[in-house]
Design a protein around this ligand. Structure first.
Ligand code: H2U
Length: 349
């Protein structure tokens, strides 16, 4: 019988954040591909687009004019998925037909007045302004009595369903904990109760010993391809200090966070020399006015691209019916990302 080798043999890995397994099939990454190819977007965007609803001074769909903003700019989503208004409702009694009204507020955050820049091409000082806006929004929205969770996220690239290339993210604040967050919270809590330590602190300490999944680090943050990553080039930014929310970040940590955000997104753009699409989001303690020592600030990046700017991974078939699966090993993905230049490819070509 052959001896088990993580680079050759199919195996399953456990994700302790959501209590789920992922199937890893490293021997399969040489599989030929004759399926879908995305069109490479080589279009050079203008710094200002008179038809863009996010550019400074332009009108949005409902006629509201954006101010002539100079750094980041927040506005209430004109097509909000959640509404603030309270509605009277009767409790449902049938366990198979549970339903409850949900209240919330949705915002859009423009990262820069420049239509043609995304995070990897922005100055660190400009990214720090975005972080400051995220902090202010977390405080403002989280202090409302009916808001128990504030989700900060970015969908980047048309392939992720992003409707406009102008650099922007969104914030969805609501009364309930969304499913993914609730699952994560349960697992963080279970670990904290058993060990009196943060799960992600212990995980990060262990990762920083041999650093095989580490992509980048600075004094305050590390970026790694998680042991249990599902997307080919999935990464997670973890704070080195154990704190639960973005508002606990010191000035120095905010600068380090801006630097690491730029660092990982530059590497992403350099991977296939394209504006790299992803969904990213901050996971942090809820705003439910309860102490949450189990939470440890982190940010996920879920990028769909697999082997070029045109071939993406699909979460289909077995993944929908059974469990998520990956071919390239997280260790190999981390080594590839780690070895990429730290300077954006547009500045070297
Ligand atoms: P996406 O590109 O990720 O779809 O985000 C853009 C958001 O901007 C989207 O949620 C909002 C959409 O509802 N939007 C406005 O609030 N006003 C507009 O005039 C157009 C789009």
């Amino acid at each position: 019988m052959q001896t088990f080798n993580t680079n050759e043999h199919p195996h399953r890995r456990y994700n302790p954040l959501i209590d789920e397994w992922v199937l890893v099939s490293p021997h399969r990454s040489k599989r030929p591909w004759q399926g879908q190819k995305e069109k490479v977007n080589t279009e050079q965007l203008p710094p200002y687009d008179p038809t863009c609803y996010l550019c400074p001074g332009n009108a949005r769909s409902n006629g509201t004019k954006n101010p002539n903003y100079t750094d980041s700019f927040v506005f209430e989503n004109d097509f909000a998925a959640l509404l603030e208004e309270e509605v009277a409702s009767e409790a449902t009694t049938h366990p198979l037909f549970q339903l409850k009204p949900e209240r919330g507020i949705n915002k859009v955050v423009c990262f820069s007045p420049r239509h043609d820049l995304t995070i990897p091409e922005m100055e660190v000082s400009a990214i720090e302004k975005v972080i400051q806006t995220w902090k202010e929004q977390y405080i403002e929205l989280g202090s409302k009595d009916f808001i128990n969770h504030v989700q900060i996220f970015e969908n980047k690239g048309a392939v992720m369903g992003c409707s406009n290339p102008h650099p922007h993210g969104q914030i969805w604040a609501q009364s309930s904990l969304p499913t993914q967050v609730e699952k994560t919270q349960k697992n963080l809590e279970k670990y904290y109760e058993a060990n009196k330590r943060s799960l992600l602190q212990d995980y990060l300490d262990a990762e920083l010993i041999n650093k095989e999944r580490l992509v980048l680090e600075n004094d305050h943050f590390a970026v790694l391809v998680p042991f249990w990553a599902t997307w080919p080039y999935e990464t997670m930014i973890i704070s080195k200090r154990h704190f639960g929310t973005i508002i606990a970040m010191t000035k120095e940590e905010s600068t380090a966070f801006a630097e690491i955000l730029k660092g990982i997104t530059v590497k992403y753009d350099n991977l296939f020399e394209t504006s790299f699409p992803y969904s990213s989001g901050i996971h942090q303690a809820p705003t439910d006015r309860v102490a949450h020592p189990e939470w440890h600030f982190h940010m996920h990046f879920y990028p769909p691209l697999l082997r070029s700017a045109t071939v993406k991974k699909f979460m289909v078939g077995y993944e929908m019916m059974g469990e998520v699966q990956r071919d390239i090993s997280p260790e190999k993905s981390a080594a590839i990302l780690r070895d990429l230049p730290n300077l954006h490819y547009k500045l070297t070509n």
